[in-house]
Design a protein around this ligand. Structure first.
Ligand code: NSS
Length: 431
């Protein structure tokens, strides 16, 4: 390794200790014979004071020439200084340029959003983006840990598929050696197959939706955390979702304080502590009609409706028992009122809205066949999925969580794209 010491390690070095750091010049301020460099690496940013006379002259001249985002190596003395951004400064004794930036770094204050997005490959070096990505990793670490502790097996499902899970409108078509196939909207059907082998499974992988809606909460490619549980009915599913969701929020607050602080977001994990309020779709309609929305029974809720509804809640909450016409064909009709299904969406409070969709699946062969026909779908396209109901079928339930949606809510991001390294939206597949 060319590097064995990082910015975060500096904080543990006593006053007067000597360190050697490799990093990038985030910013530079020159005051005559004194140059301050904000040195950035994968773990943080630290101020380096380069003073004429305290290092070889040619090093000082090199520092004067440095452009932003150049890569450098510095050696210096750790000094506590309350004026430095995190209370510590490196007094530079030696500086070596590893690679000088070829041009002025184009990301600076006051540039437009489009420019920032076109230069996302550079913009991701900002401490803000780094913090979001570390929180994203912490969120998924916490999820994996929870799944492991609860007997779930991680599986990996295909991205090329032949038939819609969530309705045909949002399928991306792909030319597969002359044949039409699609990019997956959800791994659910493969997970349903896998529970007959493993009982409790989860997967974390991309899903694709050809969704033209230019909202703050839609991507065309998003990361989908999904799980499927053999023998679980709707009630069991809701408990699993609550516990997992809480564990994920808690995981972030426990392991990413520094990043949350940097983003200036306060997350109180108690907000996500179970149990979560539950309302039925019919109650949600009443609330929304009371707020002046004109929605017919059977319609799905849009972004505006969810925003208004979720403003009334302090905690994440479930909207359960959706009409069969509002959701996909696989949802199990409620035996006590077959006009609604045994399903639920989890909505986040404060105007954010849906983060999870799930429910109990139809496990009876004939009932599933009937629903496929009712929706005008071709049973041939769902042959293998129907087959699962022919051999040892059992009650089961599952859900899908949008990873970026959850971060959007948790970090109160302005736009869902801020939750991804390289967001994909209708207008953007570059960089
Ligand atoms: O369409 S969902 O509500 N449900 C499913 O796909 C089920 N087949 C999942 C399952 O039961 N295994 O999508 C689930 C979640 C939804 O709540 C959002 O959080 C997220 O997936 N999602 C999206 N995130 C970002 N952008 C888009 N376009 C998007 N669509 C869904």
């Amino acid at each position: 390794m060319l590097k064995d010491f990082s910015v975060k390690d500096v904080l543990r070095v006593p006053e007067g200790g000597e360190v050697e750091l490799l990093g990038w010049v985030r910013n530079k301020r020159a005051h005559g014979g004194l140059i301050f460099i904000d040195l950035r690496d994968g773990t943080g940013v630290i101020q380096v004071a380069v003073k004429r006379g305290q290092l070889p002259d040619e090093c000082f001249r090199a520092a004067e020439e440095l452009r932003r985002e150049s890569a450098i190596k510095v050696r210096g003395i750790v000094t506590r200084d309350p004026r430095a951004p995190n209370g510590v400064e490196i007094r530079c004794r030696d500086l070596k340029v590893i690679s000088q930036s070829m041009d002025d770094y184009p990301i600076k204050r006051g540039i437009k959003v489009k420019f920032i997005l076109d230069n996302r490959h550079l913009h991701i070096r900002s401490p803000r983006v780094s913090a979001i990505m570390k929180i994203r990793a912490a969120l998924l670490d916490a999820a994996r840990k929870w799944f492991q502790e609860h007997g779930f097996i991680e599986i990996h499902c295909p991205s090329f598929i032949t038939a819609a899970v969530e309705g045909g409108a949002t399928l991306f078509k792909v030319d597969y050696f002359g044949r039409d196939v699609y990019l997956t909207q959800s791994s659910q059907f493969y997970q349903e197959a896998a529970i007959y082998s493993l009982e409790r499974v989860y997967s974390i992988q991309p899903s694709f939706r050809a969704e033209l809606s230019r909202t703050r909460r839609h991507l065309t490619e998003f990361w989908h955390l999904e799980a499927e549980i053999a023998y679980a009915e709707l009630e069991d599913l809701l408990k699993i979702i609550e516990e997992l969701f809480y564990a994920m929020v808690l995981g972030v607050t426990e392991s990413a304080h520094g990043e949350l602080e940097l983003l200036k977001v306060k997350v109180n994990p108690d907000v996500a502590k179970p149990p979560y309020p539950r309302i039925r779709y019919s109650e949600a309609l009443e609330i929304l009609r009371g707020k002046g929305f004109k929605i017919e029974w059977g319609e799905d809720l849009g972004a505006d409706e969810e925003r208004e509804l979720s403003k009334d809640f302090e905690k994440p909450f479930f909207v359960t028992h959706w009409p069969r016409e509002a959701k996909a064909f696989y949802h199990m009709p409620d035996p006590s009122d077959p006009s609604v299904c045994r399903n639920a969406d989890l909505l986040t409070p404060g105007g954010f809205g849906e983060v999870i969709g799930g429910g109990q699946r139809i496990h009876d062969y004939n009932q599933l066949l009937e629903r496929i026909r009712e929706e005008g779908l071709n049973p041939e396209d769902y042959k293998w999925y129907l087959d699962l109901r022919r051999f040892g079928t059992i009650p089961h339930s599952g859900f899908g969580l949008g990873v970026e949606r959850m971060l959007w809510w948790l970090l109160k991001l302005e736009h869902i794209r801020d939750a991804c390294l390289f967001p994909r939206t209708p207008a953007r597949v570059y960089p």
